[in-house]
Design a protein around this ligand. Structure first.
Ligand code: UDP
Length: 474
């Protein structure tokens, strides 16, 4: 790590969803320790999430602006984690109403930022940056393959046939995805899933990402080099910095905000201590996804029949979610699997669990952060892609990299329990080729973040580019 101590001031604006926010906070930490001056913009209820970051980096300032109201956001909730996946669009829409306040803040600041670094769900900040006269840097919490798929869809928006299979002829390997596998934000846009004003905002925002002065991706060259090259070629400049996996970059003291919240940390880790290396399967579908009752039952039977040891993270349900058909762990299940299954109700210390030597596999929805955390731990992924960029991620891991196994597919899919049990048992065998490849990929990720590695060079390169902005603006 190099420390430029150049002091250039930037405004960091994360999108308040767990999978978006955590990697951008990790990146912010890295930029801060490389000498940048940072202000981070959040709404009041998200301030506590910043605590570990602010404790390690006391020089980071906060800009706390109230979340403008929106009819679909329950009062007091300001994070997608607390609202559910359907909270994405209302939160994007509500935050976009902060434009004037942000501009006023810039104008009144004695040392205003030289750039805005914001999440790709906040594409409208490109306009704000243009109005202020500073560059915008987009942070992608998704992989480069997913970004390329997103770009293709928004750029060819009206030419893509609704409901049909889509062939991405301008992307490496010419991938194809069924309509149901296309990122849900785009599908809902085309299926007129939200009101007209939101529709316009989403499309303009997504298109604006491609116009950003620079891009930062939480990925690494050895994993997605061909897609990164494709994106750089399309943008016409080299400023796409691949700096990941962010969860590995910080080293042992890295920030894991969610882990701090977890009450079950010690219990599960000492439970894992009793088992041999690599024999436990970790089951978790990210911060947002809930399973329907039939899916929970099928998964429970699958886990039970597989004979494999496991940790299963289950979110507590509200009465409304139960009424809507979402399911809990079936009655009696925990007793039947006592000794070889550990159920966590609530938030799990995922990174700590995945890094435990006893864990060898991860039954995952293939959310990008989970993917990178699995890569960091060198464990095999048993993929069950459900929505968003997850089908794209599963294709990368299973079909292109050979480090994962597809065990199920689709957000509404009820797996066949016997089939699922068989696939789980097979993938957790020590000699499965995917397990070997997962360990090789971990080594490549370690190479990327070492001094002189591709991600380390890009992180330093990003800071250098930002430092030059300051020079231009004085
Ligand atoms: N996570 C966690 N404990 C949980 C559930 C999720 O620590 O019980 C973290 C996980 O480690 C990851 C993030 O939340 O960093 C989820 O991001 P991902 O992109 O995998 O999925 P999303 O929640 O965006 O669908």
């Amino acid at each position: 790590m190099s420390s430029n101590k150049n002091g250039a001031h930037i405004l960091v604006f994360p999108f308040p969803a767990q999978g978006h926010m955590l990697p951008l906070l990790d990146l912010t930490h890295q930029l801060s320790i490389r000498g940048l001056t940072i202000t981070i913009l959040v709404t009041p209820k998200n301030v506590p999430i910043l605590n570990p970051l602010l404790l390690s980096n006391p020089s980071i300032q906060t800009l706390v602006l109230p979340l403008p109201s929106h009819p679909s956001i329950p009062p007091g909730l300001e994070n997608v984690k607390d609202i559910g996946n359907h909270g994405n669009i209302p939160i994007i829409t509500a935050l976009s109403k902060l434009q004037e306040e942000i501009i006023l803040w810039f104008k009144s600041h004695s040392n205003p930022p030289v750039a805005i670094l914001s999440d790709f769900f906040l594409g409208w900040t490109h306009d704000v940056a243009t109005r202020i006269g500073v560059p915008r840097i987009v942070f992608y919490s998704s992989g480069a393959f997913a970004v390329a798929v997103f770009d293709h869809l928004w750029e060819n928006c009206e030419d893509v046939e609704c409901g049909a299979e889509i062939k991405f002829h301008d992307l490496p390997r010419t991938p194809r995805f069924a309509w149901e596998q296309v990122p849900s934000l785009y599908r809902r846009y085309r299926e007129l899933g939200f009101d007209e004003a939101s529709c316009e905002l989403i499309k303009a925002s997504m298109m604006a990402n491609g116009l950003s002065w620079a891009s930062v991706g939480n990925t690494f060259e050895a994993l997605e080099g061909e897609f990164l090259d494709c994106l750089r070629k399309k943008m016409g400049h080299p400023r796409f910095f691949s700096v990941g996996p962010m969860n590995m970059v910080g080293g042992p003291n890295k920030l894991r905000v969610g882990d701090v919240e977890s009450g079950s940390r010690d219990g599960v880790l000492s439970w894992l201590d009793q088992f041999d290396d690599g024999c436990v399967l970790y089951v978790c579908f990210g911060s947002q996804k809930l399973l329907k009752k039939a899916q929970m039952e099928a998964l429970a039977i699958g886990l039970e029949r597989s004979g494999v040891r496991f940790v299963w993270v289950v979110k507590p349900l509200t009465a409304q979610q139960v009424a809507d058909g979402y399911g809990a762990v079936p009655d009696g299940f925990e007793d039947r699997v006592a000794g070889r299954g550990f159920v966590i109700n609530g938030w799990a210390p995922q990174v700590a669990i995945l890094s435990h030597r006893a864990v060898g596999g991860f039954l995952s929805h293939c959310g990008w952060n989970s993917v990178l955390e699995a890569i960091a731990a060198g464990v095999v992924i048993l993929g069950w892609a459900m929505e968003a960029d997850q089908f794209v991620n599963a294709t990368l891991l299973v079909d292109y990299e050979g480090v994962a196994v597809r065990v199920c597919e689709g957000g509404d899919m009820v797996p066949d329990s016997a089939e699922l049990a068989r696939k789980i048992a097979q993938s957790m065998h020590g000699d499965a080729i995917e397990r070997v490849r997962a360990k090789e990929l971990r080594n490549k990720a370690l190479d990327a973040i070492r001094v002189g590695g591709s991600s380390n060079r890009d992180l330093d390169g990003l800071v250098r580019e930002i430092a030059q902005l300051e020079v231009k603006n004085v």
